[in-house]
Design a protein around this ligand. Structure first.
Ligand code: FAD
Length: 384
């Protein structure tokens, strides 16, 4: 693996860094307090091509490789995890999955809108009764007269839920046990019978819209199915494997922001007659953060490299997601320690970093689930 960024990758990274410094970081605290990112930022991201990375240009995408995608995701996560998550879901979990599994009709219908930011996507897998055990989901699609599907059920914790124009929805289409009975559908969110209830009071990612989706006799045309009937769980798992790379990159961004903040504050704050940066135990906190940042970034880049070379990457993605998410929580906690009492009030950025980091060990597979995926790959034994 070449650890030097190419000129194009460095140019994309710098463009993202500048955009985030200008359009995201100055607003992140206010968006967090008011529980809502300015939606206009989504179109600006689309105009720069950041919502179309790795999607083929013939469908409105901006091409690029997965390392470039990770670099942009890291910069977004460094500025505001809420914005990073909106992109990771709409591009990472929805548009990329349409590009990978969709037929010509799906790609033409959804990709130009999703990659420009005109449209936003959400990913509907989790339900009130099934989180980690997603294969046992209960939402059901039954074939109605004329070949349409009629869907009933509900989905919980859906990022972008109240804003999205389309949901990549997973529903049971047969009684085949476990994942074999699950199919995927692309459902416009204005379809009659689909209602959305905002979820408020999140610990972090407060700028990001999260919703419960309720589906009551929602009619979905047969051609809305994404991938073959009964293969929906494979669609979901392939989306999540790449999604874990994206979460890991976002965690590197949080950890880097924690490092920037800790180094900056330690140089300015004086105690015992000298900057706290000159106390050895403060340097220990800072160096622990720096090592976590570097290790998490390398694991994430390794996944991107495997994806770009068409190699198996699912276990590496779980490793990167597990390490980077736990590291982001550690780094934000260490940075808060450097800030002392000032870290505990929201005038300073580190408290938000810690709140935003905490969910990373929970979604797209909890840390326990990542360990079970890695353990299964190593031992050949499924211990779920
Ligand atoms: P549970 O599955 O009930 O787990 C509870 C605990 O039990 C965890 O510690 C877990 O690790 C542990 N556990 C469960 N099974 C095992 C086992 N076999 N062995 C060991 N430990 C186990 N979902 C979507 O579909 N789309 C989204 O866009 C989305 N966005 C989200 C945004 C936010 C802010 C949050 C909080 C969640 C989001 N989710 C989304 C849902 C998320 O993926 C789930 O919360 C997650 O998969 C965990 O499921 P659960 O919350 O039901 O916890």
């Amino acid at each position: 693996m070449n650890l030097e960024l190419s000129e194009e990758q460095e140019a994309v990274r710098r463009l993202a860094e500048e955009f985030v410094r200008r359009e995201v970081t100055p607003h992140a605290a206010a968006w967090d307090r008011q529980e809502g990112v300015d939606r206009g930022v989504v179109k600006k991201l689309g105009a720069l091509g950041f919502l179309g990375l790795t999607v083929p240009e013939e469908y409105g995408g901006s091409g690029g490789d997965h390392l470039a995608y990770c670099l942009v995701t890291e910069e977004l996560g460094r500025g505001d995890s809420s914005v990073r998550g909106i992109v990771s879901v709409s591009l990472g979990l929805v548009a990329k999955t349409v590009a990978a599994w969709g037929d010509e009709h799906h790609k033409r219908a959804w990709l130009p809108g999703l990659t420009s930011g005109e449209l936003l996507g959400c990913f509907g897998l989790t339900e009130p009764g099934t989180g980690s055990d997603a294969a046992n989901l209960a939402t059901r699609a039954v074939r109605g007269p004329g070949g349409d599907w009629v869907v009933n059920g509900s989905k919980m914790f859906i990022t972008n839920g109240t804003w999205a124009d389309v949901v990549l929805l997973f529903a049971r289409t047969s009684d085949a046990p476990g994942h074999r009975g699950v199919s995927a559908f692309l459902v416009p969110t204005d379809t009659p019978g689909l209602t959305r209830r905002p979820v408020h009071g999140k610990l972090g990612l407060r700028g990001q819209p999260t919703a419960e989706l309720v589906l009551q006799d929602v009619r979905v045309p047969a051609d809305a199915m994404l991938g073959p009937e009964g293969k929906g769980f494979s669609v979901a798992m392939s989306a999540l494997a790449k999604g874990r790379m994206s979460v890991a990159a976002g965690c590197v961004g949080i950890a880097q922001a924690a490092l920037d903040a800790a180094v900056g504050y330690a140089g300015e704050r004086e105690q015992f007659g000298k900057p706290i940066a000159s106390h050895q135990l403060v340097q220990e906190l800072i160096s622990d953060i720096a090592v976590d940042v570097a290790a998490a970034r390398m694991l994430t880049w390794r996944v991107a490299d495997l994806v770009d070379r068409g190699r198996d990457f699912a276990t590496a993605a779980s490793q990167a997601k597990l390490f980077a998410s736990e590291a982001a929580v550690r780094c934000a906690g260490n940075a808060l320690q450097v800030f002392g009492g000032y870290g505990y009030i929201d005038e300073y950025p580190v408290g938000k970093l810690l709140r935003d980091a905490r969910v990373m060990t929970l979604y797209e597979g909890t840390s326990q689930i990542q360990k079970l995926i890695i353990g299964r790959a190593l031992t050949g034994i499924s211990a779920f």
